[in-house]
Write a protein that binds this ligand. Structure first.
Ligand SMILES: Nc1ncnc2c1ncn2[C@@H]1O[C@H](COP(=O)(O)OP(=O)(O)OP(=O)(O)O)[C@@H](O)[C@H]1O
Ligand SMILES: [Mg+2]
Length: 270
C-alpha cells in the first residue's frame, strides 16, 4: 500500500486563499478517485466549515478530550472529500503543546490505511501551531498572491521556517493571479529577495487565477469545480491536483523528520 501523503497548506499572510485552495485541491484529487481527508487546523475559526456550510457535531478538540474518536468527527465535503473540523471556539487549541500535537498525530493515524491524502489547512502566519504542523507534515505548499505585502510576508515566512524547522525546499503556489505566467514572475522575484539565502530552493507548483465566481461560490456553499468546471480557475485547480498527484513536492524538512501517517504506515511495514 502506498503511504498517505500529508500536505500542509500555509502562508505568511492571512487571506491568501489557503482554505479555498485546500478544499478545492482536495475536491479535485477526490474527483480523480483519491481518498482525501482535510484537517481544518485553523482551530477555533472553523474555516472549512464556513466554506462548506456544515455544522458538525464534533471537532478535533473533542477527540483530544476523549469525547469521541476521529471517525465520528468526519463530515462530508464536496466531491466525496472528508473533513476533520477544527471547531469554532477552541481556546485550548490556540497553542498546541508538544503532548497535544502528539495526541493529534496519534488520533489522525487511525485513518492511515483509509486515505491517500491528508491536506492540512493551517491558520497562516508564524503561530507555533502552524510551525509545528508544517514541520510534522511530509510536504508543504506555501500560498502567495500578487499583493506586495504577501510577497514580503512570504519571504519572512520562508526564512522563519528555515530558521525554526530547517526547511530548505519550498513548493510555492501562487493564487489570485491576473496575467499569464504572473505566478512564475512572482516566484522569480521572491527568489531574488531571498538570494542571499543560498541554500533555499523554491519550486513554483502552479498558479490559480483570480476569479470573481470564487467569492460567489463560497458565499453560496457551492463547488467551483462543479458549478464552473470549464473556468480557468477550476481548470488550474484540476491541473494542480494532477501535478501534485504525479510527484511529491520536494520534502521540506531537513533530515527527513516526517510524522503523521507516513511514519505510521512505514513503521507498520505496509
Ligand atoms: N483564486 C481566487 N479568486 C478570487 N477570490 C479568491 C481566490 N482564492 C481565494 N479567494 C477569496 O479570498 C478570500 C480569502 O480566501 P481564504 O479564506 O481561502 O483565505 P485564507 O488564506 O484561508 O484566509 P485566513 O488566513 O483568514 O484563513 C475568500 O473570500 C475567497 O473567496
Ligand atoms: Mg483560512
Amino acid at each position: 500500500m502506498k503511504p498517505a501523503r500529508v500536505i500542509a497548506i500555509a502562508s505568511g499572510k492571512g487571506g491568501s486563499g489557503k482554505s479555498f485552495l485546500t478544499l478545492n485541491l482536495a475536491e479535485a484529487l477526490s474527483r480523480m478517485g483519491r481518498r482525501v481527508v482535510v484537517l481544518d487546523a485553523d482551530f477555533g475559526l472553523a474555516n472549512i466549515e464556513l466554506l462548506t456550510g456544515a455544522e458538525p457535531e464534533y471537532s478535533i478538540s473533542d477527540v483530544l478530550a476523549g469525547k469521541c474518536d476521529i471517525t465520528q468527527t468526519l463530515i462530508e465535503g464536496p466531491g466525496g472529500v472528508r473533513i476533520i473540523p477544527g471547531g469554532r471556539s477552541e481556546p485550548t487549541m490556540a497553542s498546541l503543546s508538544h503532548g497535544r500535537l502528539s495526541g493529534l498525530i496519534n488520533a489522525i493515524d487511525v485513518l492511515a490505511g483509509d486515505i491517500d491524502y491528508l491536506l492540512i489547512d493551517t491558520a497562516g502566519g508564524l503561530s507555533s501551531n502552524d510551525l509545528q504542523l508544517v514541520q510534522a507534515a511530509g510536504e508543504l505548499l506555501v500560498v502567495m498572491t500578487p499583493d506586495p505585502l504577501s510577497q514580503a510576508d512570504t519571504a519572512d515566512f520562508i526564512k522563519a521556517l528555515r530558521g525554526h524547522c530547517g526547511i530548505q525546499q519550498f513548493g510555492i503556489l501562487t493564487n489570485m493571479t491576473r496575467r499569464q505566467r504572473e505566478g512564475h514572475t512572482l516566484v522569480e522575484t521572491l527568489q531574488q529577495r531571498l538570494d542571499f539565502e543560498q541554500d533555499l530552493v523554491l519550486r513554483h507548483c502552479g498558479q490559480v487565477p483570480f476569479d470573481q465566481d470564487v467569492a460567489k461560490c463560497c458565499q453560496n456553499f457551492q463547488s467551483l469545480l462543479e458549478v464552473r468546471p470549464e473556468s480557468r480557475t477550476a481548470r488550474a485547480l484540476q491541473m494542480l491536483a494532477e501535478t501534485l498527484d504525479r510527484r511529491r513536492i520536494s520534502s521540506p524538512v531537513a533530515g527527513g523528520m516526517t510524522f503523521f501517517l507516513e511514519q505510521t504506515v512505514n513503521a507498520g511495514g505496509m
